[in-house]
Write a protein that binds this ligand. Structure first.
Ligand code: GLC
Length: 550
């Protein structure tokens, strides 16, 4: 993996609407290519815009080779690819290969009794008690099994009931997946993000977990994920030099992620893991609240950076995506110190060992929306969770407080282009309501903001500094509870990164050789380096050893 690469994520539904229907589309993205070029990533990852009933906003694919008419046409997509290529920006598509929509022709044929397509899915008889085959739970709530037509059997859906899991043990399924990747390679797509790909290794015999054991261990990171990925690589993206691949890994381990991303194994270039985004989940529970402690985030970041380095793996670096609340408020401050927090979190992400991802709106410091009722939220997961919390005995106001902190829609509100009532996103009614565009929007950020410029600078730094792109990683002052600092070392140079993770001033003892170093980046300009460096709230510095020029 070329360590200089930086990738930008677009959630098409929320980026830019060009038709006035309130839903983002591909022509809207094409209109914003100059903005993307100004920011300067190497590649743009698009969340899916394939034909879909949109139960899970396109992660329920009904046709992997056709564009959803709500989003545009194949001609639009070809223009998008060419338009970005003209600026040297590649495209990454989102391959949702663990499951299809139940509206997909394969599932419909399976339901009609076609034995070939029945074998594409995971269908099992009832358990001896007549209930679902195992105790597995859908990640969106409820059982992971639903009746398969009127056959008396059940099909597996680890996500929504309309997202039926594919059976990767079937060689035909694996061939279909390679053919889809090849189809998009032929169209010039050079990046692939594989959705929840560590869930494809399900065994023939599916078993309930023992009482008290999380059922997820029964199907996550199955041994067969490795040969399946190796085969997919050989049959598709591995044949084209320069492709970039990233796998989304659900509830995974460092050991497995090393195996998925170590080049010697011939699988993927890098992995997304979510352990650092669970530091505010009490006991691993998403739909419950716990105050965020910066020491926990620092510990997990160090653990993964070091573990992946030792094993020769490669991390995708991110704090935001379309499934997460906005990091600026979650790990920083959405109010008075928003700019400082946003730039500190950006520095932290862009200087670690791995490949940084920027999620749309992050580059202007977008925050969670200020919603006041459940009706503001649309996501199926949020509604299911709210009702489960009520069932568990929470008062409606308390259940809503949890949803407000955790809902995926927090990261899905439209990009705020200007301060108008629809934030410049649409001329119609936005599908999800923006709330603070008067304060936070692209127009004012480009006019006199500091966050967008900071991202541009971080992208340039990674390109210019081999220590950031490819250096080794070493924690500095590991025990400091509030300051996250690390060294990146390359034969040509050494760089120290210092991030005050907190709202309070802090101090850090610098490695002596950095006291007369060169400041490459500082979100509180004018800092004079001293052996025991005072740090402003959310201050973040990148310092090169010695007095050389940046
Ligand atoms: C991934 C996607 C998420 C989707 C899920 C099921 O986690 O990022 O948005 O709901 O997979 O496809």
């Amino acid at each position: 993996m070329d360590g200089r690469t930086v990738i930008y994520q677009i959630y098409p539904k929320s980026f830019q609407d060009s038709t006035g229907d309130g839903i983002g589309d591909i022509r809207g993205i094409i209109d914003r290519i100059p903005y993307l070029a100004e920011l300067g990533p190497d590649m743009v990852w698009f969340s899916p815009f394939f034909v879909s009933p949109q139960r899970d906003n396109g992660y329920d694919v009904a046709d992997y080779r056709a564009i959803d008419p709500v989003m545009g046409t194949m001609v639009d997509v070809e223009e998008l690819i060419a338009g970005l290529a003209a600026h040297g920006i590649g495209v990454m598509f989102d391959m949702v290969f663990n499951h299809t929509s139940t509206a997909h022709e394969w599932f419909q044929r399976a339901l009609d009794g076609d034995p070939i397509y029945r074998d594409y899915y995971i269908i099992r008889p009832s358990a001896p008690d007549g209930g679902p085959p195992t105790n597995w739970e859908s990640k969106f709530g409820g059982s992971a099994w639903a009746p398969f037509g009127d056959t008396g059997e059940w099909y597996l859906h680890l996500f929504d009931i309309t997202q039926a899991d594919l059976d990767w043990r079937n060689p035909r399924v694996r061939q279909e997946m390679a053919d889809i990747v090849n189809f998009w390679l032929d169209k010039g797509v050079r990046g692939f993000r594989f959705d929840v790909i560590n869930l494809i290794g399900k065994k023939e015999e599916l078993l309930s977990s023992a009482p008290g054991v999380d059922p997820r261990v029964m199907y996550t990171d199955g041994e067969d994920v490795h040969p399946y990925l190796q085969e997919l690589r050989r049959a598709s993206f591995g044949r084209v030099p320069g492709t970039v691949t990233v796998g989304e890994m659900s509830s995974t381990s460092i050991e497995r992620c090393v195996a998925y991303s170590n080049p010697a194994n011939g699988e993927l270039d890098m992995v997304f893991n979510f352990h650092h985004l669970k530091v505010d989940y009490p006991g691993g529970e998403k739909w419950a609240l716990k105050p965020y402690d910066s020491a926990d985030l620092k510990r997990v970041l160090n653990e993964w950076a070091e573990g992946m380095q030792v094993g020769g793996g490669w991390n995708a670096l991110f704090l935001n995506n379309h499934d997460q609340p906005r990091a600026v408020g979650r790990f920083g401050d959405a109010g008075e110190l928003r700019v400082e927090a946003a730039t500190m979190l950006a520095t932290l992400t862009h200087t670690q060992r791995g490949t940084p991802f920027i999620y749309q709106g992050e580059e202007i410091g977008m925050t969670d929306p200020e919603y006041t009722s459940l009706a503001d939220y649309i996501d199926v997961e949020a509604h299911n969770a709210y009702h489960s919390l009520l069932d568990a005995g929470l008062a409606p106001a308390d259940a809503f407080t949890v949803v407000l902190a955790r809902a995926r829609d927090n990261g899905r509100t439209p990009v705020q282009w200007d301060d108008s009532p629809t934030a410049g996103f649409t001329t119609g009614v936005p599908w999800l309501r923006p709330t603070n565009q008067e304060r936070i929007n692209v127009a004012s950020e480009l006019a006199d903001g500091r966050i967008f410029r900071h991202y541009q600078h971080l992208i340039a730094l990674r390109r210019a500094h081999p220590a950031i792109a490819a250096g080794s990683y070493e924690a500095w002052d590991r025990e400091h509870p509030a300051v996250y600092a690390f060294l990146r070392t390359h034969p040509e140079e050494r760089v120290l990164v210092v991030c005050n993770l907190t709202f309070n001033p802090q101090r850090l003892t610098l490695p002596p050789e950095f006291v007369d170093g060169t400041v490459l980046s500082d979100n509180h300009p004018g800092t004079k380096l001293t052996p025991t460096l005072p740090l402003q709230p959310y201050q973040a510095l990148v310092i090169a050893e010695g007095a050389h020029q940046s």
